[in-house]
Design a protein around this ligand. Structure first.
Ligand code: KG4
Ligand code: ZN
Length: 387
């Protein structure tokens, strides 16, 4: 069974081809450099670039997979959650492909995609995530999804059976990384930058609060930590204009200026203000980054441990961009070793960040389960939930 999948949910234009769960190609074009100067993803720029690149990326994915479009059995697409105007580009394209080729369409939830990155196989049939010998018999399990838009604990009894058992009440952990990086004037996306600088800092220096420890449930919250960091910066910093804000005030490319309407509902609302901000010394910045990362991770560890008390599974899997963080992975590995529970995550950088390979993998299991979409009725669903 051959599937062509598209993901245009945010700032990556991605197309993948898979055959019976094996990824033959997984191509993406990242727009990060185009959004960087705004300090976050600007929807109108995202849409324009998805539109410009999509045909090229499809062509490349087919070529690398050595496949022809007429031999594809099903077309799959992310229909949410994500940026509405970006999702639309992929959906429109997939409808066109499914109709012209007379094939069925599979509508995939982006977070199901992050989960199913763990089930993706390489072209020789080797699994990227859950080891081959365990893949047939892996349920029940718990998935920890940590991305730019989500922080969720999901209990899965069987394939495509998602029960959200915990979720963030405000910011996601990835969003917290992005916002703290902005406060420190380190640009976007914040996760990788904070991780790099945190390596140099003293993680015990600042005593920041771990939220939700006594909440009695499996939910998360990152806005308290964000506020605590903001207050700390105001306390120990000195007033001045950061390099990042200076760069923005020098920017004159009017054509690229985001329109006010496009920035509404944007989770990474870029600030165009040139107001003076608090600036920290280098040592204070790296110590703050390290302390923030320790505390952000601590909340994840506590909730995973609590989840295992209520859902005593043998396996935890990870998904989402924050899984790139080696510090968080190391801490989770140590916790789960202590608990005697297996931990798996996609051992391929491409499958951790937004990509269509994970969407193709989820679509494969959906096709086996006869889960097809109505081509005419399919619409983007920016706030789509897993369950
Ligand atoms: O899954 P993803 O690529 O996109 C969404 O579906 O949101 O995740 C992007 C998020 C961003 O918030 C980014 O800062 C974060 O993942 N991220 C990281 C790291 N690499 C990416 N967070 C912490 N440490 C990293 N190394
Ligand atoms: Zn994602």
């Amino acid at each position: 069974m051959k599937i062509l999948a598209i993901d245009t949910s945010c700032d990556e234009t991605s197309v993948a081809i898979c055959e019976d769960g094996r990824l033959l190609s997984n191509i993406y074009f990242s727009q990060i450099d185009l959004h960087k100067k705004w300090g976050g993803v600007v929807p109108i720029i995202a849409r324009r670039n998805h539109e410009e690149r999509i045909d090229q990326v499809i062509e490349k994915a087919l070529k690398l997979a050595q496949q022809k479009i007429e031999n594809i059995d099903y077309f799959a697409v992310t229909y949410g959650p994500g940026l509405a105007v970006a999702l639309e580009v992929g959906i429109r394209k997939v409808k066109e492909l499914a109709k012209t080729n007379g094939k069925k369409l599979i509508a995939v939830n982006h977070m199901a995609g992050h989960t199913y990155a763990n089930f993706a196989l390489n072209k020789n049939g080797q699994s990227y995530g859950i080891p081959n010998k365990q893949i047939q018999n892996i349920f029940p399990l718990i998935t920890l999804l940590i991305s730019g838009g989500h922080t969720e604990l999901v209990y899965m009894k069987s394939h495509l059976n998602f029960e959200i058992i915990g979720k963030t009440l405000d910011d996601s952990v990835g969003e917290a990384f992005d916002k703290i990086a902005r406060m420190l004037s380190w640009g976007y996306p914040g996760g990788p930058i904070i991780e790099e600088f945190a390596k140099l800092g003293d993680e015990k220096r600042f005593d920041l609060p771990v939220s939700m420890v006594q909440s009695g449930d499996l939910n998360f919250s990152y806005s308290g930590l964000k506020t605590a960091v903001m207050r700390l910066i105001a306390k120990i910093g000195h007033e001045g204009m950061s390099n990042f804000d200076k760069a923005q005030s020098n920017h004159t490319d009017v054509d690229d200026l985001p329109q006010k309407d496009d920035m509404r509902n944007d989770k990474y609302l870029p600030t165009l203000s040139h107001k003076p901000t608090f600036v920290l010394s280098k040592v204070d910045s790296i110590d703050l980054a390290a302390s923030f990362q320790r505390v952000a991770c601590e909340q994840l560890l506590i909730k995973v441990r609590d989840a295992l008390r209520i859902y005593p599974v043998q396996t935890v899997i990870l998904g989402g961009g924050v899984v790139n963080n080696l510090y968080i992975r190391k801490k989770l590995r140590a916790l789960l070793r202590e608990e005697g529970v297996d931990l798996f995550y996609p051992r391929n950088k491409k499958l951790l960040t937004d990509n269509a390979g994970m969407i193709a993998s989820a679509a494969y299991y959906m096709a086996l389960n006869n889960q097809f979409a109505d081509i005419e009725a399919l619409d983007r669903s920016p706030n789509l939930k897993l369950s």
